[in-house]
Ligand binder design. Structure first.
Ligand code: B12
Ligand code: SF4
Ligand code: SF4
Length: 280
């Protein structure tokens, strides 16, 4: 392996990195300077009621980091609609593997360009049982995606993107290179429709004035554990029912009543069919 001893400038490094992402078919890429964790936005697109403790900042995890690069892959809505099912379970695993693999490869690409860089796993916990004891991972990708300009938070406590709403999974790369940052998204994408709140089967999303509302991680993790024991985790209902995202137009899913037991019977037949097979 050759590690270059001359460095590309910030602009050409960004161009080279984006080209690599294009080759890998990565649709979501954002660049956030680490200072944004230390001085989180107070106004746009909304003020956070609570920010994370300093030990979760990039520099606390890798002191050499100058830029956090976030990548993301979409979740295809018609597959998510079958959840809980083996189909969504498999899609979740596929996207997770891709995120880990691509982030690792991209960090090696940066190393070969002469910049110390490391990838992060897309999740960072061993099992759902561990989460019941210790509900946090060591780094938050949705906050990283927010600070890298990829979207805004919703009442579901998830990051909403203009393209796929909350139906995007993310991971991050820490690099020592200082790369031109992307601007934050200034639009507040959440419509406050409360669909995520009302549809949660265990009432884990509690809107009590804080933004984003702190969800009851234990209730949500317990549902995930139950579905896991039947091989059909994760739950994902809150991301299924969110009306935000251009993907709704692509898949012709603008009519939200299809999730209220109305709409074409073909959909319900298809979802029931998939749910009947491959899991307990
Ligand atoms: C643990 C975890 C869970 C747990 C707990 C849920 C939760 N909301 O944290 C369970 C299993 C229940 C879960 C469920 C889901 N998850 Co999840 N989950 C994670 C994971 C692995 C870590 C989150 C974390 O701990 N971050 C670190 C802490 C610091 O962040 P935080 O909890 O948000 O902290 C805030 C507050 O708690 C506050 N705070 C206030 N006081 C204190 C005190 C302390 C000590 C701390 C630490 C923080 C804190 O500070 C922070 C700023 O507001 C991330 C992957 C990752 N590593 O980022 C995915 C992730 C958040 N999950 C994701 C998804 C999609 C889901 C599900 C939809 C399931 C699914 N895949 O279908 C549901 C949605 C639930 C929901 N509405 O939030 C995506 C979100 C993508 C997006 N577009 O936003 C992520 C980013 C995975 C990924 N790689 O893409 N998840
Ligand atoms: S993943 Fe399911 S249980 Fe968890 S908050 Fe979303 S709808 Fe509720
Ligand atoms: S479902 Fe509605 S309230 Fe929930 S995050 Fe999406 S737009 Fe916001």
């Amino acid at each position: 392996m050759i590690i270059r001893l001359f460095f590309m400038g910030s602009r050409s490094l960004k161009r080279g990195f984006l080209k690599k992402c294009e080759e890998f078919g990565i649709g979501f890429v954002g660049f956030a300077p680490v200072e944004r964790w230390e001085d989180p936005p107070r106004e746009l697109p909304h003020k956070f009621s609570r920010w994370m403790p300093e030990e979760f900042y990039p520099r606390s995890i890798y002191p050499e980091v100058a830029t956090v690069i976030v990548i993301g892959f979409p979740i295809q809505l018609p597959i998510l609609e079958t959840a809980p099912s083996i189909y969504y379970h498999e899609l979740y695993k596929t996207v997770n593997s891709l995120l880990d693999l691509r982030a690792y490869e991209l960090s090696v690409f940066l190393n070969e360009e002469g910049y110390p860089s490391i990838y992060l796993p897309r999740d960072g916990y061993a099992t759902v049982e561990v989460l019941l004891e210790k509900p946090f991972a060591f780094f938050s990708h949705k906050h990283a995606a927010y600070l890298a300009g990829l979207g805004s938070f919703g009442l579901s406590n998830l990051l909403l993107t203009p393209e796929y709403g909350p139906r995007v999974r993310f991971t991050s790369i820490f690099t020592g290179a200082s790369i031109d940052p992307d601007p934050l998204k200034v639009d507040d994408l959440c419509t406050r429709c409360l669909r995520c709140v009302r549809s949660c089967p265990v009432g884990a999303i509690q809107v009590k004035g804080e933004f984003p509302p702190p969800i009851d991680k234990k209730l949500c993790a317990m549902r995930s554990a139950e579905l896991w024991s039947k091989h059909k985790s994760p739950c994902g209902i809150c991301i299924k029912v969110c009306p935000v995202g251009e993907d709704r137009k692509l898949f012709d899913r603008m009519d939200m009543s299809i999730y209220d037991g109305e709409g074409p019977v073909e959909y319900r037949r298809a979802w029931d069919h998939v749910r009947r097979y491959g899991t307990l």
